[in-house]
Design a protein around this ligand. Structure first.
Ligand code: GAR
Length: 212
């Protein structure tokens, strides 16, 4: 690519199962010109009634549904892989996708899948992470954007944002304040990963310094 060429937009595919507020925050950052260099190619859900799908349709983005309930994981994931390939997706972003991915899926997009999780990993993996942190009595909470590998909530960490747990918090107010951080963290992580100015050393995600 010569210096006059513009790097093509990185095509991202969103996977979601529910509300979709992280997806909407990403779409809004792109629209506002804050998240540059990427475009959303397709929004896929494993739940037909997911409100996030409606939001995607309202924005005018392509959507696809592959209902996962009662289906064998690898077979379901093969359909999603085919769809993502059809849309030339280069980076998969899990935004409240509440189903484990098969090793085949992880292998098909090795180091090209991001997930957001509402805790400071490795603390509180799994479901209801905000409530886990609250009930544990943690004094700090937050969110993590990480690469996805074969283990649950485990891959190299790209971005974390921390907040204090307030004495006035309950599990609901804490979750709401974490969600506000998620909406900032995900766009930041996508921008970094799409720029490709990083390397993964062991478990460590390290940004390469740009010259100048
Ligand atoms: C978010 O809090 C996200 O971090 C969490 O689900 C919620 C989805 O909200 N994901 C996980 O817990 C994954 N382990 P959203 O649908 O409004 O983006």
């Amino acid at each position: 690519m010569s210096s006059l060429d513009v790097k093509p937009l990185t095509r991202i595919g969103i996977l979601l199962s529910g509300r979709g507020s992280n997806f909407v925050a990403i779409a809004e950052s792109i629209r506002a010109g804050q998240l540059r260099g990427v475009e959303i190619a397709v929004v896929i859900s494993n739940v037909a009634e997911a409100p996030g799908l409606e939001a995607a349709a309202r924005i005018g983005l392509p959507t696809a549904v592959f209902v996962s309930k009662g289906r064998q994981r690898a077979e379901h994931d093969a359909q999603m892989i085919a769809c993502l390939r059809e849309y030339n997706v280069e980076l998969v972003c899990l935004a409240g996708y509440m189903r484990l991915l098969s090793p085949e899926f992880v292998g098909a997009f090795r180091n090209r899948i991001l997930n957001i999780h509402p805790s400071l990993l490795p603390a509180f993996p799994g479901l209801d992470a905000q409530e886990q942190a609250f009930n544990y009595g943690a004094k700090a909470a937050g969110c993590t954007v990480h690469f996805v590998d074969e283990e649950l909530d485990h891959g190299a960490i790209v971005v974390q944002r921390a907040i204090p747990v307030l004495e006035t918090d309950d599990a609901r107010t804490l979750a709401a304040r974490i969600l506000a951080e998620e909406h900032v963290a995900y766009s930041e992580a996508i921008a970094q990963v799409a720029s490709e100015e990083y390397e993964i050393r062991g478990r460590r995600y390290v940004r390469r310094m740009l010259p100048g």
